[in-house]
Design a protein around this ligand. Sequence first.
Ligand code: IMP
Length: 190
Amino acid sequence: MQLVFATHNENKFKEVKALLPHHIELLSLNDIGCEEDIPETAETIEGNAAIKADYITSYYNYACFADDTGLEVPVLNNEPGVLSARYAGEGKNDRANMEKLLRNLEGKTQRDARFKTAIALSMNGKEVMFLGICTGTITERSRGLGGFGYDPIFQPDGYSETFAEMDLATKNEIGHRGRAIRQLIEYLKE
Ligand code: IMP
């Protein structure tokens, strides 16, 4: 069975491909000749994942799944949310994004946050959504050199390290993306 993963990120593609059951032939956007940037115009993380999966199914006629991730901070009305990648501007600069978030939380004691990954699967005429959530807090300052994005300022509940101070295996086990991907894999195995 052929299935498209709608991402231009090679690392994500390889990571997920290695985890899927063997009867699934995972195709990338390159494999199907899709070079365009798929619009991400929804106001929610789930909505953006759904737009991308539907786009490939409608225009390329393949079964497809797509992911979208964001960091939600309740005291900031769930910002940065869908804007996580470009919170501080279109440059998609991780450091500037973190600095903006720390500034907006200055003096606030309520620093709860959650990462959310939505994976939308469009297959056999229907759509299924998988959600992976990891709750934690935003630290006062950045700690650790690993990971990417907001990892140095996100400390998951139950741990004293930030994501950027953890090894990747632990992050994958407790993290938002790992949780969502494992649900997708279980569903595809059935
Ligand atoms: P994407 O949907 O996976 O491209 O994620 C959108 C944005 O959310 C990224 O550009 C990062 O800023 C942030 N993000 C996503 N996943 C993570 C993560 O695991 N750690 C830290 N930041 C992340």
